[in-house]
Ligand binder design. Structure first.
Ligand code: AMP
Ligand code: MG
Length: 477
């Protein structure tokens, strides 16, 4: 399909006007295409040749609004760092409509009613980070929004310094957040909570339509899938950094990529967000915060669902998280038979916590393990604890049915060779800021194929260089 054949729908605009603000994008001057994501284009059936057309660049820039598209920003609230903020909303994101179940949204396309003091813009740095990371999560099999393209402009905006502005076209099966419900709960507008719940069921949980307990079951599914999402984040070593309730998706996918990071050396207490002084959103706190956020959602849904019926569901969260997390870790270790490996796993994590070991590189190296310990022992300063752990691991492997070679090949599909660490992204951002976008495209390819070998990028496959380890990033983007 060419852009001219694209038909976008906007069911959301059937809701009352309080849910949105119809607003046209404010295009950037002289936009240039930075990157085009063919895989995302395939999702909406858009032909790749469009990447070369000016009409497509204008589409991403919001200056080419296709017929039948009515751009709008969405209203929501949220708990930010534990405190309720009654009105947030899309302050710099403008929705164009949906196609094939994907809602297209321009992030950085100018101010809306919800911009508060913000300029409505996104800088090239943050757009590249969002674009690449959402594709990396997709490549790792973790539920996430996607991104179709980035454009950039010489037009500058002020952050800590002047930076190039940009727009990223993001796509999601839903842009409804926990905070979308909170907005109406704290306004005491129960009728709107019901309207929104019906909308969410229709959009994200259509199998529940017509069920007399649809609202309750929707909540139950959100609890289960959020617990599983948190387990996936923890197992892969992803720190989101800003788990405010407005950044929690009602479809339980990863959204709003800000100051995130993949772990370099394993550290349970790692905080990627520089403004998060107390570590509320530290890596290790994420599962607990997921539960806290669900409790806020439960509160917001209480006018339409009996809390006594929701509470037992929320109480299952911890168990679902634990079970999923353990099973993902067992897969990372190549342990497929049904034994309780809790102790083996916790001993490994104690060891990882107690000395600097690159999380991703460790598991990738372990994926080649067939008894020769040299490669693994080289990764650590203190050899003894790892050697002792490998003794127990060896014993445990004896109980597995899969021959070592097959175990290795399964583990190599579970433990990525590449995750997009912040220093790699920074390389791509630095080059992009001087006009060379080739590393953005190369990292896009790596992001989408993280388990493959990419010989020309071997230098990105090892432990993070010391000077770039465990950096903190600022929220301002
Ligand atoms: P975030 O931390 O990016 O999820 O954003 C939190 C809230 O601030 C959302 O309501 C955003 O729309 C809004 N926001 C962030 N940056 C800007 C900006 N530059 N201009 C307007 N609104 C913004
Ligand atoms: Mg947000």
């Amino acid at each position: 399909m060419l852009l001219t054949d694209l038909k976008l729908t906007s069911e959301y605009l059937n809701l009352d006007e309080i849910f949105y603000h119809k607003v046209n994008p404010n295009p950037l001057k002289d936009p240039q295409l930075v990157s085009f994501n063919k895989k995302a284009a395939d999702l909406i059936g858009l032909k790749h040749q469009e990447a070369n057309s000016q009409t497509f660049v204008d589409f991403v820039n919001g200056s080419n609004i296709i017929p039948d598209s009515t751009p709008y920003a969405m209203c929501y609230a949220g708990h930010q760092f534990g405190f309720y903020v009654p009105r947030l909303g899309d302050g710099r994101a403008i929705n164009l409509g949906a196609i094939k179940g994907w809602h297209l949204q321009l992030k950085g396309a100018g101010q809306t009613r919800y911009s508060r003091s913000g300029d409505g813009r996104a800088v090239l740095r943050s757009s590249i980070r969002e674009y690449l990371m959402s594709e990396a999560m997709y490549g790792l099999g973790i539920p996430t929004t996607r991104a179709l393209a980035i454009i950039s402009s010489e037009q500058q905006v002020i952050r800590a310094q002047w930076e190039k502005s940009s727009i990223v076209l993001r796509m999601s099966p839903s842009w409804i957040r926990f905070g979308s419900f909170e907005y109406f709960y704290y306004k005491d507008d129960h009728d709107k909570i019901e309207q929104l719940a019906d909308f969410v069921i229709n959009e994200s949980y259509p199998h529940l339509k017509g069920d007399p307990d649809a609202y309750l079951k929707m909540f139950e599914e959100i609890v289960i899938s959020t617990a599983k999402l948190m387990a996936q984040w923890q197992a892969i070593g992803f720190n989101h950094g800003v788990m405010n309730t407005d950044n929690m998706s009602i479809a339980s996918i990863t959204i709003d990529y800000g100051p995130y990071a993949f772990l370099d050396d394993y550290d349970f207490n790692y905080i990627c967000n520089h403004t998060d002084r107390e570590g509320r959103y530290s890596f290790g706190n994420q599962p607990k915060i997921g539960e806290w956020n669900l409790a806020q959602l439960m509160q917001a849904l209480s006018p339409i669902i009996d809390s006594d019926r929701m509470t037992p569901m929320l109480m299952r969260y911890h168990k679902i998280f634990q079970t999923t997390y353990l099973s993902l870790l067992k897969n990372k270790l190549g342990l497929y038979s049904d034994y309780d490996d809790t102790k083996l796993v916790s001993e490994l994590f104690e060891l990882l916590q107690n000395q600097p070991i690159d999380y991703t590189y460790f598991f990738r190296t372990l994926s080649h393990y067939q008894g020769d310990r040299d490669a693994l022992l080289k990764l650590v300063m203190m050899k003894k604890p790892l050697a002792r752990w490998l003794d127990i691991y060896d014993e445990r492997l004896e109980l597995e049915f899969l021959p070592p070679k097959e175990r290795n090949s399964k583990m190599l599909q579970t433990n990525p060779k590449y995750v997009l660490k912040n220093y790699m992204l920074q390389d791509a951002i630095d080059e992009a800021n001087s006009g060379d976008y080739s590393l953005v495209d190369a990292l896009l390819n790596i992001a989408q194929h993280p388990f493959d070998e990419h010989p020309e990028f071997e230098h990105y496959a090892g432990a993070t260089p010391d000077e770039y380890k465990n950096l903190k990033l600022s929220c301002s983007s």
